[in-house]
Design a protein around this ligand. Sequence first.
Ligand code: CTP
Length: 403
Amino acid sequence: MQSLLNKKIVLGISGGIAAYKAPELARQLMQEGASVQVVMTEAAQQFVTPVTMQALTGNPVYLNQWDSSIPNNMAHIELSRSADAILIAPTSADLMAKLSLGLADDLLTTLCLARDCPLLLTPAMNKQMWEHAATKRSAKRLLEDGVTLLGPASGFQACGEVGMGRMLEPSEITEQVIAFFQKKSLAGKKVLITAGPTFEAIDPVRGITNHSSGKMGFAIARAAVEAGAQVHLIAGPCGLDTPLLATGQITRTNVVSAKEMHAATLNAPDSDIFFAVAAVADWGIAKPAKDKIKRQGNQAPNLEFVANPDILLDVAKATKTRGGKPYPYCVGFAAESTDLEKHANEKRKRKGIPMIVGNIGPDTFGSDLNQMVVIDASGSKKIAKAEKLQLARQLIQLVAKKI
Ligand code: CTP
């Protein structure tokens, strides 16, 4: 799936060492389906060559406003007229200052002033420069002007220091540009999600788990952030990266057992929507051994199981009301081997939740694809086979309408 299909992005590059990441960024934006038109400042050309950018994007690179090859010699107007967004990566402190003042003394700044499309900046500078009052002033003014700032991040800097000011990685920028274009149907909403498997310890080295990869839950977390929500993700052991972490719109708690997941979920701050996507173990081991259980010839140990709490059921039971409306709106998931719709709907009623999503097998676990049926009191709606992120976005839109 290409999330930037038909999007025209003007990629501005200003002078800074992080410009070395611009070619990779251009490639990633194009892989997502965007067409990329590069504009470089004079200083940027000290760090990366126009030929590199031209070869990667397949488009001529614009370097100054005095280009006689453009029919009416109005490159700044032409470029901004057709763009869906101008993205500047890296954005130096100098460029931020100029843009905040509305200066237009080269092609890139003129383009920004003449634009009628969104402007996204990815600041990249040394930490002293980022923390300087003048840069803070520039950032504040730019935000007031409706400009979007992506990052910066904290970390190792080219100058040898560690701190705030590092440009986001190309993959993080691409993820955030994609998010920028999604419908903000959950703006101001809080979303709680459980995802992945749980692991029930037998002894310090062994345990019982399941095949859940966590991909569906993480895709829903990403789609919810894209839709503007503040997300809290409670993840069982699945080793996936937190999506859109750099937005600051997502927090994560890692848990291992079903009991830990239950406690983390029930103690989480109030949310407007709860997605129970985790494949929670129904039983845990009554008394996990403190030390590794040694082999006793051919004798197998007897394991005693105890039932784990039902997280979704308990969240649903604790539903509160605000302005006459119950919250959180609970969405359960069901993987059934027979009579999916019937069993899923029975499960929905049993757990006292408004919506349940049935996974239409067989390749749900671990796969990037899925197929679902969404069931609520009004009936059921199939969502055709697609990548999990695509399904997650559709589900988010459905739920947003319900609340
Ligand atoms: N769930 C939960 N806590 C549990 C078990 C399940 O929160 N201890 C949630 C799952 O995250 C999912 C929904 O309940 O959203 C249904 O999970 P499933 O395992 O299919 O349901 P069970 O109630 O365990 O029913 P069964 O295994 O008998 O089909």
